[in-house]
Design a protein around this ligand. Structure first.
Ligand SMILES: Cc1ncc(COP(=O)(O)O)c(C=O)c1O
Length: 387
């Protein structure tokens, strides 16, 4: 399926739906390119199966489809060469809920937890709300290409006695798909300093064609300290169903999570919320590949047109582009500048780390037409500023 066919078939008008993204855009008179969901609906077959479930009307207590886990496992095996096992899986009401569960299960109050910033804000919020301590290791920014600062990480592991690393892979907002060697070096440090790793991999299906994604649990040597959070919610825009998995190979670690879940009566399987994931993994492969191509084209469009003026992350994974307005911003916050002058709503860079206020995060999971409108508005603004 080429990009035009995909867009014609799957782009959905969300102006009058319950979409938070578009409601806020409407309220502010802006084209919404913030929040991480897509302006595309799922593959027809996924929707048809969900329709059948709703239409048949049996909403009593239910089992998951018999091959639910086989289907999830096969998807990840085929796409990312990782061999999960059914007994490793636990459920949660979304990825942020999973982060809370992990922090509660594996750390106690005041324990130091590391994050690599700039970073999707709920990582920090979750640590603070659970009364743990944030240990921040800044990513090294080389002209918009972000990498780990291993020396800083090691010093902080040692001096702050970090208990848990909350990793984002692929990384939101810097768009990195960490290389195998980068993860190996990081995990070796975690092993040396006995740091557990919680790896949020919810963007792992949106991988640009020239990249390879390495799931944390594919590193066998480090499996005994890894807790992965995976979901189909970003891949297929299923956020409304609030469903994700916490995957743990180590029986010892898994039992700690299970004990927490039992104590708090949480982590139960919600069949209705699991079905979209099941159908997405069964029928969504062609759709997923097409979506990736659309995001890649959108990214190249932005890069080709704005690249001569603005610094931006080379997008390796996710559909979220981190873009620096630099001196073109006439406001403290570049995001406000884009609202005022271009009528585009993005996520402010300072939400990911205070020092990134000249940056914005732009959601590219939309039509090329919308991307063109945004690019034109920014180019107009740049032209006016330069006069
Ligand atoms: C890295 C990352 N983790 C978690 C989430 C939120 O996931 P959920 O809605 O399942 O809590 C997002 C949403 O943008 C995200 O980008």
């Amino acid at each position: 399926m080429n990009n035009r066919t995909f867009t014609e078939k799957y782009y959905i008008e969300r102006k009058d739906t319950a979409s938070i993204k578009w409601a806020r855009g409407r309220q502010m008179g802006c084209l919404p390119m913030w929040i991480a969901d897509m302006d595309f609906r799922c593959d027809d077959r996924i929707i048809a199966h969900l329709n059948d479930f709703i239409a048949y009307g049996d909403y009593g207590y239910a089992n998951l489809p018999e091959d639910y886990y086989d289907t999830v496992i096969a998807w990840h095996k085929k796409r990312n060469s990782v061999a999960y096992r059914q007994e490793w899986f636990r459920s949660s009401k979304g990825a942020v809920d999973a982060m809370y569960q992990v922090i509660h299960s594996f750390t106690k109050e005041n324990d130091p937890i590391m994050i690599n910033t700039p970073l999707y804000p709920p990582f920090r919020d979750t640590i603070l709300k659970t009364k743990r301590k944030v240990v921040e290791s800044k990513l090294i920014d080389t002209d918009g290409y972000f990498t780990f600062d291993y020396a800083d990480i090691e010093t902080k592991f040692k001096e702050k006695k970090v208990k848990l690393l909350m990793l984002c892979s692929p990384h939101n907002p810097v768009g990195r798909v960490w290389k195998k060697g980068e993860l190996e070096e990081l995990f070796a440090l975690c092993k040396k300093y006995r740091v557990l790793i919680c790896c949020d991999e919810v963007h792992s299906d949106i991988i640009m064609p020239d990249q390879t994604f390495y799931p944390a649990l594919s590193f066998k040597e480090y499996q005994d300290r890894i807790i992965s959070i995976i979901a189909a919610s970003k891949s297929f825009s299923l956020a409304v169903f609030s469903h994700s998995h916490i995957v743990i190979a180590s029986e010892k670690l898994r039992n700690r999570l299970i004990a927490y879940q039992q104590l708090h009566h949480t982590g139960g399987i919600n069949v209705a919320n699991s079905l979209p994931t099941y159908y997405a993994y069964r029928y969504g492969e062609e759709w997923m590949d097409a979506l990736n191509n659309v995001v890649f084209e959108n990214y190249h469009y932005v890069k080709d047109h704005l690249g001569p003026y603005l610094n931006m992350t080379p997008l390796e994974g996710s559909y979220l582009l981190f873009l620096d307005l630099g001196n073109y911003s006439d406001q403290e916050s570049a995001s406000q500048c884009l609202i005022d002058h271009c009528k585009i709503l993005t996520n402010p860079g300072e939400a990911f780390a205070k020092r990134y206020s000249s940056w914005v995060r732009v959601n590219l999971a939309t039509s090329l037409d919308n991307v063109r409108k945004a690019v034109d508005a920014i180019l107009n603004y740049i032209e006016k500023t330069e006069k």
